[in-house]
Design a protein. Structure first.
Length: 188
């Protein structure tokens, strides 16, 4: 698991996110060597055309679009709130959208969207009265260990780019994951 997060967009004031490729950030800021990660977005609320659903450009995963500029130190503190750097050129976005279109997958709670880490995606603000909440789980290939960030910055915190405890899960292992890590079971 490379990272997990919740993306909440409250009704009337949920922020949007500019076009970007997650791999471009993970390569530059986490040192992810290759495009061997997939995002799983689990819809916790309805995702509809009004509440800022994720938009994707089909086929864009086939092209690595590097973004100009340097990554400032601790960029992650701002980039998780608003995407200002790492945004592809508008002409490139226009060309890729003219080839593949733009899709905004929608669905009820429990729907699952899987997309490749290099897929260009964005979302609009939520101006509707309805919330839009999704859980994101990013899975990285076990042979794709994070290296030094290619952008020359310090690695992002562990919760954004897992470097420890990256062993593959063994579905047949009878040992509970808590025990494997030497942790005590949570008390209820």
């Amino acid at each position: 698991m490379h990272q997990s997060r919740i993306n909440d967009k409250y009704g009337f004031n949920g922020n949007g996110f500019n076009w970007h490729s997650d791999f471009e950030t993970w390569h530059s800021e986490d040192g992810m060597p290759r495009m061997r990660a997939v995002s799983a977005s689990l819809m916790l609320t309805d995702n509809n055309e009004f509440n800022g659903p994720l938009m994707l450009i089909p086929g864009s995963h086939q092209y690595f679009i590097p973004c100009a500029g340097e990554t400032p130190a601790n960029h992650w503190r701002d980039s998780l709130k608003s995407q200002r750097l790492g945004i592809p050129d508008q002409e490139i976005l226009r060309e890729l959208a003219s080839r593949g279109g733009i899709e905004a997958p929608k669905g009820p709670p429990g729907s699952l969207l899987l997309f490749e880490c290099n897929t260009l995606h964005a979302s609009n603000k939520n101006l509707s009265p309805w919330p839009r909440s999704n859980l994101f789980f990013v899975y990285n290939g076990v042979d794709n260990h994070l290296q030094a960030p290619t952008g020359g910055t310090e690695p992002r915190p562990e919760f954004l780019g897992a470097r420890r405890n990256t062993a593959p899960l063994d579905m047949l292992d009878p040992v509970h994951p808590w025990e494997r890590r030497g942790w005590d079971y949570p008390q209820r």
